[in-house]
Write a protein that binds this ligand. Structure first.
Ligand SMILES: *Cc1c(COP(=O)(O)O)cnc(C)c1O
Length: 490
């Protein structure tokens, strides 16, 4: 199966190469030339690991032994065999995506990506091991570390902004175990760390290094495809509980940042899963709500820091894939992306906007509205949700109220409430005091909801990676890593 760039100015590659490359050389994102064909009903009837195997094999046919890769990625690593369980809450069904090894939704994709990358490396006969470089604002770094930990043929190096991640997130990263992991703080904010990583990539281009540099960011097709599985799994759970019959359509509400999660839902729909509306939920950084309502994408606005930081994004990369899939040709997509980088905005033509609106609906909430949802859902249903999930719930309620569409609604839950203990505590009326670890303990006492195992032991874990460097030291840091002979042991 051939993969093409959304911008149309790069050669087609096979699926293994697309996974290895991440970004296409023309700056576009890879998509298959034609949508793979899948027996969706057979897929729905399968066990979660088999679902993942079928979907991944359909999209990435050049990567062999998919069943084995899926087992290595997921088996025994998630809290439950269901991987992503669903919970009925009031009129909605919550799809819990945070039951992985780091209690982050990112685990679903980042457990699988290392397996896909190393398999693609074997297929392509690549001699050098992979050095994965990632800048993180919190969750991605830890999920990448855990996903790549001790995966043969890889070394993973994560940079996070010093003082720019939560206490829990920092502890999760600095306590990381494994033989092939490096973690380092960078003085500055997330943008500094990210710019630093980009500079390393361009400085190393054409250099003979013992590693092949690669990234784990969410534009890689190997991160997107594993996320399709949980839409099938949620559908299966609704069938099993008798809420729907085979063929009934289901709506999904998705807390959205980079547009990867919700795009996976759109791909599930392309594979014929009966998906109705996809509700795109945002916070005060509501660029996507505006786009879906008006057709105008305008990033020229201040970035707000909110209680749902994983959605504090003004440029949602994966939207480019949707625009390509709906418009069917690369030239206009390349044009809009050029406008976005030059002028900071672009406008979709009316027919394309109508298509977007046929599949998607959008809304956003501010922090106070999100807190109101967390408190109300807790009091009414005894279900504790986090700040991102609250945005999804908020948008789902408004969707039902404004459209009268009463088809079953699945709200995707992207983080454990224990990832944001202060905001959640205050939303349910608890007093917020002490550090995040005391807040976690208090939240557990007040609600009886257990702290996930991997977070509970964190405070006592030895801190192994405590280095801090300046941004202009990052290249040297990576070159030193490359010169340390580490690749010999991988
Ligand atoms: C990454 C993330 C999101 C957004 O997902 P995208 O695929 O970037 O849209 C939402 N919530 C949480 C907690 C996340 O970590």
């Amino acid at each position: 199966m051939q993969y093409h760039s959304t911008r149309g100015r790069a050669p087609a590659v096979d699926s293994a190469q697309a996974v290895l490359d991440g970004l296409a050389p023309d700056g576009g994102l890879y998509l298959p030339e034609t949508m793979p064909v899948l027996d969706w009903q057979a897929c729905v009837r399968s066990q979660p690991l088999e679902m993942a195997e079928q979907i991944l094999s359909a999209f990435l046919p050049d990567i062999p032994d998919m069943g084995e890769l899926v087992r290595r990625a997921y088996q025994g690593k998630f809290e439950a065999e269901a991987l992503t369980p669903t919970v009925p809450v009031g009129d909605f069904t919550v799809l819990e995506l945070f039951r992985g090894p780091t209690s982050a939704f990112k685990d679903v994709a980042l457990s699988m990506l290392p397996q896909l990358m190393t398999a693609a490396r074997r297929v392509k006969g690549l001699r050098q091991p992979l050095l994965i470089l990632t800048a993180t604002s919190g969750d991605t770094g830890k999920a990448a570390l855990e996903g790549f930990r001790d995966v043969p043929g890889t070394h993973v190096c994560v940079f996070y902004p010093d003082g720019g991640v939560s206490q829990v997130q920092r502890r999760q990263m600095v306590s990381q175990q494994g033989q092939n992991v490096t973690v380092c703080a960078v003085r500055g904010n997330f943008d500094d760390a990210q710019t630093g990583v980009k500079e390393i990539f361009s400085a190393c281009q054409g250099r003979a290094l013992p590693f092949r540099l690669s990234s784990a960011n969410s534009i890689n097709i190997g991160r997107l495809v594993p996320q399709i599985t949980y839409y099938f799994k949620a559908y299966r759970d609704l069938l099993d509980s008798g809420r729907i019959r085979m063929g009934d359509t289901v709506n999904f509400s998705v807390p959205t940042g980079n547009f990867g999660d919700i795009l996976a839902g759109f791909l599930a729909k392309q594979l014929s899963l009966p998906v109705g509306r996809l509700i795109c939920a945002s916070n005060a950084n509501h660029v996507l709500t505006d786009l879906i309502r008006t057709g105008v994408y305008d990033r020229r606005r201040p970035l707000h820091k909110t209680a749902s930081p994983s959605m504090d994004i003004l440029v949602s990369s994966n939207l480019e894939r949707l625009l390509f899939l709906l418009s069917g040709e690369p030239a206009p997509v390349a044009g809009w992306m050029a406008q976005l980088s030059q002028d900071g905005c672009y406008t979709l033509p009316q027919p394309l906007l109508a298509q977007v609106q046929a599949h998607f609906w959008a809304d956003w909430c501010n922090d106070a509205q999100g807190a109101e949802v967390i408190g109300r859902v807790w009091r009414q249903y005894g279900y504790l949700c986090d700040t991102h999930t609250a945005a999804g719930w908020f948008a789902a309620e408004n969707y039902v109220n404004q459209t009268g569409d009463t088809r079953p609604m699945v709200v995707l839950s992207t983080a454990s409430p224990y990832k944001f203990p202060g905001a959640v505590l205050s939303a349910i009326g608890g007093g917020v005091q002490g550090d995040e670890f005391s807040q976690m303990a208090l939240l557990e006492t007040l609600t009886g909801v257990n702290i996930p195992k991997n977070l509970a032991g964190l405070r006592e874990m030895p801190q192994r990676h405590t280095g801090v460097i300046a941004r202009d030291e990052m290249l040297e840091f990576v070159l030193a890593l490359c010169g340390s002979g580490k690749e010999e042991t991988l």
